[in-house]
Structures are given as C-alpha cells and as structure tokens.
Design a protein around this ligand. Structure first.
Ligand SMILES: NC(=O)c1ccc[n+]([C@@H]2O[C@H](COP(=O)([O-])OP(=O)(O)OC[C@H]3O[C@@H](n4cnc5c(N)ncnc54)[C@H](OP(=O)(O)O)[C@@H]3O)[C@@H](O)[C@H]2O)c1
Length: 262
C-alpha cells in the first residue's frame, strides 16, 4: 500500500506501507482529544466504503460487491486499533455479522499498544432485538445498546445477560449516554462500521472525531444509499492521511466542526 498524504504520521510520502506501518499510520491521536467542549479520554471514528459514484452498497444491496482486499486491509487495521466496534442492527442483519476477532497477524501489534485481545461488538438497536447471528452470546463478545422502552429489552436481557445490555435513554437511544457507558467500561477507542443511519445519527449528535473512508474503483449507478443517512448534518473535515492500493483510495478525515447550527 502506497502512502500519498502523510499528515502527522511522520512517514515519508510515497513510502510502501506493510501491515505494521499501516497500523502505525492509522493510530488514534495520543493523547486522544475529546468531543466538543468536553475533554474525554476517548476517540470515535467511523469507517465506511463508497463507490466512486457515491453508493454505500453495490447493486446487490451489500458492501461486499464494492469493497476489496485493499479496503479489507484498512478495515482490519481499524478493528485491531479499537476497544470495541459499534454497528447498527440493520447492518448486522444485512451483512450477517458474527462476534468479532482480530486477525492473527495484527494481534501482536494490538497487544503492543496495550489493547486487550477481546473486541466486543456493540449492537445499536431502537427495537432492542438481538440479530439472529448474535443470539445467545453471553460471554461479553456482544453488547446491546437500546433505550429503556425498547420492545425487545427483556428478551435481550434473557438472551445476552443483564451485564451485556446497555440501556441508553428512554424514548430514543441516547448516543452520548452510550459513549459514557462504554467509557465507564474502559472502552474508549471506538470504531463504528455503519450503516448510514447509524453514522448519520452519530454525526448529528456531534460525537464523531474522525471519518475513515474507502473510495472503491467502481461505478454502481442507479439509486443506492449514501454513506451518511438522513440524520446527518453538514460538517467540515480535514484530510489527515491518504493511502492507495489497486486504484482504491483510503483516507482519514478529522471532523473539524459542523457547519450548520453553530
Ligand atoms: N458503505 C458502507 O461502508 C456500509 C457500512 C455499513 C452498512 N452498509 C450497508 O447499509 C445498509 C444498511 O443501512 P442502514 O442505514 O439501515 O444501517 P444501520 O444504521 O446499520 O441500521 C439501521 C438500524 O440500526 C439501528 N439503529 C441505527 N442507528 C440507530 C440509532 N441512532 N438509534 C437506535 N437504533 C439505531 C436500528 O435498528 P432496529 O431496527 O433494530 O431498531 C435501525 O433500524 C446495508 O445494505 C449495509 O450493507 C454500508
């Protein structure tokens, strides 16, 4: 993988990056910055892939038809750099997520940064229903975040165990409360993997520190979802890293500020 824009990585541009160098290039800032006016010891970044014409899925409604090995390499590095991965229940249902593990080649790098081997998957659901592929996981590998009035709350408590259910807010899911509860558990380096509805609501809540985007060399055409759903509001970003492999471009953009309502 070739480094195009080095940002603050300290690596020379046009360097070929191996997996360890890519892991270093995607390191969260240290010490991590906080959200808005509140200095918190956390970092929240959101990873998405888009086709060149802006589609968040291929023609089959899945991301598998637009992503590729280059995207997968960054995807794995981002997971390996995180305490937990936060995903909307719609994406888990569509993509058939199972509990996560860090690829063997990245485990040593992850340990070297002081991160534990476990990588919990945090499911975000308004309804509070555990997606079929994650049912019965009571070992802490799956956490469910849902509001107090979720219709599925008591079934989810029975299924995952009380300690693996995060009740966040009442009528709607309070994302600030969610981040607070994850931080209380020591899960401060957070990654979201979508989907668009989830990303839109995190952006609207002003909680996103960084976007990691892959632009895949495909045109999809037609009507397909974009990467940021309906709740998303305009925001200004700053490019901090750009890498390329096989005509696929991957970058890091820091969220500077939202451009409406301020
Ligand atoms: N291009 C990419 O990088 C990328 C990444 C991920 C997914 N995708 C694609 O995007 C599509 C799914 O899109 P989507 O927007 O429906 O995905 P999504 O955000 O994962 O799913 C929406 C569902 O997740 C839950 N949810 C999301 N945000 C919530 C919030 N703020 N509060 C409470 N619940 C919340 C709700 O679940 P309940 O219905 O259980 O209440 C909601 O119905 C799939 O085709 C997937 O393949 C693309």
């Amino acid at each position: 993988m070739r480094l195009l824009v080095a940002g603050s990585s300290g690596i020379d541009p046009l360097t070929e990056l191996d997996e360890a160098a890519l892991f270093a290039a995607y390191a969260p800032p240290s010490p991590a910055r906080g959200h808005g006016d509140h200095v918190e010891p956390g970092w929240l970044r959101c990873n998405m892939v888009t086709s060149l014409d802006g589609a968040a899925t291929g023609a089959d409604g899945m991301t598998g038809s637009i992503n590729n090995a280059a995207d997968r390499a960054v995807f794995d590095v981002l997971r390996a750099s995180s305490h937990a991965v936060v995903v909307g229940a719609g994406t888990i249902r569509a993509e058939g997520y199972v509990p996560l593990s860090v690829p063997a080649t990245l485990v040593g790098l992850r340990r070297g940064r002081g991160l534990p081997d476990a990588l919990p998957l945090v499911v975000i659901s308004h309804r509070g229903e555990v997606p079929p592929t994650l049912r019965g996981r009571r070992d802490g590998s799956v956490l469910m975040a849902t509001p107090e009035n979720a219709p599925g709350l008591s079934r989810t408590r029975d299924d995952l165990g009380d300690s693996n259910v995060l009740v966040c807010g009442d009528g709607s899911l309070d994302l600030h409360a969610l981040i607070g509860q994850l931080h209380d558990r020591g899960l401060t380096q957070l990654l979201t993997e979508g989907g668009p509805s989830l990303l839109g609501s995190f952006i609207a809540a002003g909680l996103v520190d960084e976007l990691c985007y892959t632009v895949a060399p495909h045109l999809v055409g037609g009507e397909h979802p974009r990467t940021v759903g309906a709740d998303g509001i305009p925001a200004a970003l700053e490019l901090t890293l750009l890498v390329e492999q096989d005509s696929t471009v991957m970058g890091r953009w820091s969220v500077l500020r939202q451009t409406t309502g301020d």
